[in-house]
Design a protein around this ligand. Structure first.
Ligand SMILES: O=c1ccn([C@@H]2O[C@H](COP(=O)(O)OP(=O)(O)O[C@H]3O[C@@H]([C@H](O)CO)[C@H](O)[C@H]3O)[C@@H](O)[C@H]2O)c(=O)[nH]1
Length: 435
């Protein structure tokens, strides 16, 4: 049995802690905030609740695997339900489409509504990611990257100099399809010229696995994980900021906090490693991807369409995402607006300019700038900015150059969002292994 100290109690840290405790280790999690969950902790005001980060996930198998491997199956704790049509996309030319996920045929049919051949162009584009996903799933996302063990195909993919920008220019003539294909990277805050082309495989993953949510809100997943840590007898120290990893004799032996050192055989860094002085030099070539501009709004729901999709994406020089699924009592609605790209005026005024005017309905509003978001979570929940193909190896995780220190979470994975953070925690558990 090893003494494992996990730094950070977001999805990455709690998932790693739950898995490692189930593997028989003595796990102690340090979280600087007053609660576990990180970006899964929602924003609440009276009887209103807005999701802070994500309102849905792809790859439901990742969440199911986490719950099964940490004790009890997910179905005993929570429902995870598919969203047949998670998003409506609106394009600068005025056209729009409600795009289903989880089905190639349904995407084909929906996109043919934009014009003859549009759907076929899309499904052909998405299908072409299948080999990249299979190669990287095996060698990068589901086992620690090891060039010697990886297939030539996976090594070639990580060496490729082709950017997502160039790939989409070559592969898709319709600018609306390019906007669809680029959306995950744009929402992540990346410059498409600095993103490797294979990162576009997220559209393939979403088409194949579908989009899923937890009724009542994704924050319930964070709450279920906190309960799981209690069941697994993980020691949780809230309000405890780790200040550094203590290295003696060439290996990590403890984590330093204001209250003293917490002894460790293994340290798991589930925060931005640049915040821990021992790890910072090893992550010096990484830059965080900034969060978007966000406004959580309570709306007078009178006359609002009752078939609003969970998300409306308005594509353009600035991309807006309107999430409609917050929890609110009858007569009101809890929506979240995100802005990516140049937003040089009030977010809701900018949104009104592109045809979604919520301003007269607003009853309450909570704004979150990118800086405030980074301060709230002690780092960017959007992880590492793509700065070319080297970003894959510039980021730490699951192994780090410091013996005894592993890394997981948004800063330790080349994929975006909840499922890839979940996979990064599984990799850490695999490297540590059973007690
Ligand atoms: O010095 C520090 C800095 C931060 N913390 C705490 O660590 C937690 C980080 O949580 P989070 O930002 O949520 O990051 P994580 O990589 O675990 O989670 C990712 O999952 C998704 C998201 O949950 C769903 O989409 C997202 O991509 C990422 O956020 C946080 O609690 C900080 O307070 C610390 O203890 N010490």
């Amino acid at each position: 049995m090893s003494r494992v100290v996990v730094v950070g109690g977001g999805l990455g840290g709690t998932a790693a802690a739950a898995r490692l405790a189930k593997l028989g280790h003595d796990v102690h999690l340090l979280e600087r905030a007053g609660a576990l969950g990180g970006a899964l902790v929602p924003v609440r005001s009276g009887d209103l609740t807005w999701e802070s980060a994500t309102a849905s996930t792809t790859l439901p198998a990742v969440v199911r695997d986490l719950f099964r491997k940490s004790g009890r199956p997910l179905e005993r704790e929570l429902d995870l339900v598919p969203l047949a049509v998670p998003r409506e996309h609106r394009f600068p030319d005025g056209s729009r489409v409600r795009l289903p996920t989880g089905s190639r045929a349904a995407q084909l049919e929906a996109l043919e509504g934009l014009g003859a051949g549009v759907g076929t162009a899309w499904v052909d584009h998405v299908a072409a990611y299948a080999p990249a996903w299979e190669a990287l799933r095996r060698d990068l996302f589901e086992r620690p990257w090891a060039p010697d063990l990886a297939t030539a195909e996976a090594r070639d993919l990580l060496r490729s100099r082709t950017s997502l920008h160039r790939h989409l220019r070559r592969s898709l003539r319709d600018p609306r399809l390019r906007a669809l294909a680029a959306h995950p990277a744009v929402l992540g805050g990346h410059d498409l010229r600095a993103v490797p082309w294979w990162v576009g495989l997220e559209t393939y993953v979403e088409q194949r696995s579908g989009t899923w949510t937890v009724p009542g809100g994704m924050h319930r997943l964070g709450e279920a994980l906190a309960d799981r840590l209690a069941t697994r007898r993980v020691t949780v120290s809230l309000g405890t900021a780790a200040t550094d990893v203590v290295v003696r004799g060439g290996r990590a032996v403890a984590v330093a906090t204001a209250a003293g050192e917490v002894d460790a055989d293994v340290v798991v860094c589930a925060v931005d490693p640049r915040g821990l002085p021992t790890l910072a030099p090893h992550a010096a070539r990484t830059t965080p991807a900034l969060p978007p501009v966000v406004a959580h709004v309570a709306l007078d729901a009178t006359g609002l369409p009752d078939d609003a999709p969970p998300e409306v994406v308005v594509h353009g020089e600035t991309t807006f995402v309107v999430r409609t699924g917050g929890q609110a009592p009858p007569g009101r609605a809890a929506w979240t607006v995100l802005g990516r790209g140049p937003v040089s005026e009030d977010l809701l005024r900018a949104l009104a300019r592109v045809g979604v005017d919520l301003r007269e309905r607003v009853l309450e509003r909570h704004d979150l700038s990118p800086l405030q978001a980074v301060q709230r979570w002690g780092g960017s929940p959007y992880g590492v900015l793509w700065q070319g193909r080297r970003s894959v190896t510039d980021r730490l995780g699951p192994r780090t150059p410091v013996p005894g220190v592993l890394a997981c979470g948004a800063h330790a994975t080349s994929g975006a969002g909840l499922p890839f953070v979940g996979l990064s925690a599984a990799l850490v558990a695999e490297v540590v292994g059973p007690a």
